[in-house]
Write a protein that binds this ligand. Structure first.
Ligand code: 13P
Ligand code: SF4
Length: 344
């Protein structure tokens, strides 16, 4: 039990971040709503200190996690660097399992935990390491590039890992013309278009995965929105279809989309991505306005304050602990390290 004074102070801290946000556990964050979650955020933050734990939060998780209890927040690339650089004994990954696996690959000494072991990803689930071995045999002269949204087994079979923030630079720098890019076929098509635009001679071959959040946007959403709000700027993630990417004003990683909106002189945006990112922008760029369009990732939304508190208070159950076989880890780490070295 916390004294009223402490709860009021925590409620005020939360309210400063959440006042302008229209999502997460509340569709309207009043000071009273913040007061209701204050005992939980206080307890989580105290337990983190006690246990030398940190919480890494992807921008797609609910805002009360991002602003209430996370230590570091960002896109997949930034969070993988954070995971590599931490000295924490425990890393709680509020995101999805492949991100937590990446953290374990980079920080094997830490105990890496996920609030819900079913926080998968349709892309990561679309291809196994064994399937990639078979695919590689069909294209022996191709460089194998894996999007970070894949399992450790798949990363272990790749030459280099990429994220949406560095994929073009990395593919452009590879000497091979043929690139086997897995597991996102829509992002693969978008990369091919970008390489052609840049005059870089590459042939992108893909496997068959898609993101169930981004593959549903279509250009009719954009046409309708532009008709009604001719002033809007359309912002999309490269996991969207090439038609959507082509019709958007900006296409980029979650970090790139945030920077674009924050630094833009325009006011109204249509965000073709996960709603958590819109919530971050509502908090951090309150002068901007967002025309309804975002979608929920069911996997990201499995994270909440209560399963995070449970992890710290009661300890993890077996399936909340991320383990990666050491042989796989070393091979997977090589593909991630190659990404880091190519981004320097
Ligand atoms: P970012 O790498 O842009 O953070 O994207 C991760 C993701 O899962 C997008 O759906
Ligand atoms: Fe995977 Fe799509 Fe969810 Fe990102 S938004 S974690 S790619 S299912």
């Amino acid at each position: 039990m916390y004294p009223d004074e402490k709860l009021d102070e925590e409620a005020k801290r939360l309210f400063q971040h959440l006042e302008t946000v229209k999502g997460g556990a509340c569709s309207e964050w009043t000071l009273e709503a913040c007061r209701l979650i204050a005992p939980t955020t206080l307890e989580i933050n105290e337990l983190k200190k006690e246990k030398n734990a940190i919480i890494l939060a992807h921008s797609y998780v609910d805002p009360e996690i991002v602003y209430g209890v996370s230590d570091l927040k960002g896109d997949s690339y930034a969070l993988s660097l954070d995971a590599r650089n931490t000295n924490a004994d425990i890393i709680i990954f509020a995101g999805v399992v492949f991100m937590a696996e990446t953290a374990k690959i980079l920080s094997p000494e830490a105990q890496v935990l996920v609030p819900d072991h079913e926080s998968g990803c349709s892309l990561a689930d679309s291809l196994t390491g064994e399937e990639l071995v078979v695919l590689k045999k069909k294209y022996p002269d191709a460089a194998v590039v894996c999007y970070i949204n894949c399992t450790a087994d798949v990363k272990a079979e790749c030459d280099v890992c990429v994220t949406s923030s560095n994929v073009h630079h990395i593919i452009e720098s590879l000497p091979e013309k043929k690139i086997l890019f897995v597991p996102d076929k829509l992002m693969g098509k978008n990369i091919q278009i970008e390489m052609d635009k840049r005059g870089v001679d590459k042939e992108i071959i893909t496997s068959d995965g898609t993101c169930i959040v981004h593959d549903v946007f279509d250009t009719s959403f954009i046409d309708a929105a532009r008709k009604k709000h001719p002033e809007i700027k359309v912002v999309a993630h490269p996991e969207c279809t090439p038609e959507v990417a082509n019709a958007a004003d900006y296409v980029g990683s979650t970090g790139g989309m945030m920077d674009y909106v924050k630094n833009s002189g325009f006011k109204s945006f249509m965000m073709l991505t996960e709603c958590g990112l819109v919530n971050r922008l509502e908090s951090e760029a309150p002068d901007k306005e967002f025309i309804g369009s975002c979608k929920f990732c069911p996997y990201m939304k499995k994270n909440n304050l209560y399963n995070i508190l449970q992890l710290l208070k009661d300890g993890p159950s077996k399936n909340q602990i991320i383990e990666v076989n050491e042989e796989i880890r070393i091979k997977a780490k090589a593909s991630i390290d190659k990404m880091f070295s190519m981004c320097n």
